[in-house]
Design a protein around this ligand. Structure first.
Ligand code: MG
Length: 169
């Protein structure tokens, strides 16, 4: 007789990019209206990069830099949404599913309150998980450090994955 149980793994990811003028600001796959965007080899979407690292960490698959090296021209100007889809398929191969994902966006400006719902929908859609499994929080850094001075935006993500394990009784 078999009984189904789950194996659980947590993962954490962080990212930070510098704000520069005249680039679209992509956060969680959503273009947020602002006069600056994030300097990076890719679109600089710190939210999706933190989410990718959290998922790869939980699945024991290294980090974003290993899968998508910034020295590889293939990932130059990459749309981070495409990277999330690749990671999603990779972890699905190992039968992992998302239990929940909690994300913090650290930004002094712009105010992200009005966009949190949209980012949550976009991230849940990219990960093919229920809307209720994703939580997005936005915080300023109280005027302190590069984020607080409005020079950068950072993100922290934590995820819980699970997969079925068959145990023979
Ligand atoms: Mg990054």
């Amino acid at each position: 007789m078999d009984s189904v149980e789950y194996e659980y793994r947590t993962g954490i990811g962080t990212d930070i990019h510098q704000l520069i003028a005249d680039k679209p600001l992509m956060l969680g796959g959503v273009e947020v209206p602002f006069e600056c965007g994030l300097l990076a080899h890719s679109d600089g979407d710190v939210v999706l990069h933190a989410v990718i690292d959290a998922i790869l960490g939980a699945a024991g698959l290294g980090d974003i830099g290993t899968l998508f090296p910034d020295t590889d021209p293939e990932w130059k100007d990459a749309d981070s949404r495409d990277l999330v889809l690749l990671v999603r398929e990779r972890v699905k191969k190992d039968r992992w599913e998302i239990v929940n994902l909690d994300v913090i966006v650290h930004a002094q400006r712009p105010k992200l309150g009005p966009y949190k719902g949209q980012i949550k929908r976009a991230v849940a859609g990219l990960l093919d998980t229920d809307f209720s499994n994703v939580n997005i929080k936005a915080k300023t850094n109280e005027g302190l450090d590069a984020v607080g001075e409005g020079k950068a935006i950072a993100s922290t993500a934590m995820v819980l994955l699970r997969r079925r394990v068959k145990r023979r009784l």
